[in-house]
Design a protein around this ligand. Sequence first.
Ligand code: CO
Length: 224
Amino acid sequence: MAPVVRRITYPDLFENNRRWAQGVLQKDPEFFRRLSRQQSPRFLWIGCADSRVPANEIVGLLPGEIFVHRNVANLVVDGDLNCLSVLQFAVEVLKVEHIIVCGHYGCGGVQAAWRGAALGLIDDWIRHVKAIAADHRDRLTPLAENDAVDRLCELNVLHQAVNVCRTSIVQGAWARGQEVAVHAWIYGLHDGLIRDLEGTIAQADQVDRMHQKALDELPSRPNG
Ligand code: CO
């Protein structure tokens, strides 16, 4: 059976919005008034910009329950003021308890990095993924293309989660005794399910060990 793709027009968005807001108010008349006063999410999501990986929906959370940053290929890069500002605000002001870095199989950014595609400005961004691919070339090159991309998607998430752990923001939080755990997840576009790749990193001395363990286990992981 051919997949049905909804054809949504621009005016539909306003109509959808009215219907959504009404629906929310029917269940909880105070919902927006309460939320407009303050947010206190317990989770930070750092995920891919891909339209098929919407943070709130995937984990069944309402507005106000998860703080979200998304970029192409869910990267956490030194010097990216955008991502690091989100991280700082989430950790130091909102005091989130969990930071979830979530990649996804079939990620276009990771695919482009693996193939060495020339797409313009985005090439500069995904060179961070190319560097990870280069570090793991021995492991990846024997694989069929799709498998190599899926493994690289996993490796990328693990590396980005470790990048989160190594920021002065998270190191500082742990040093102060603030409880914040970092998680590396990957999402399957084909089944809608999340896999936890690395378990939990909740203190500074777990970072290297957990990262190595996850890398060691990676080749035997069932595909997607
Ligand atoms: Co992606």
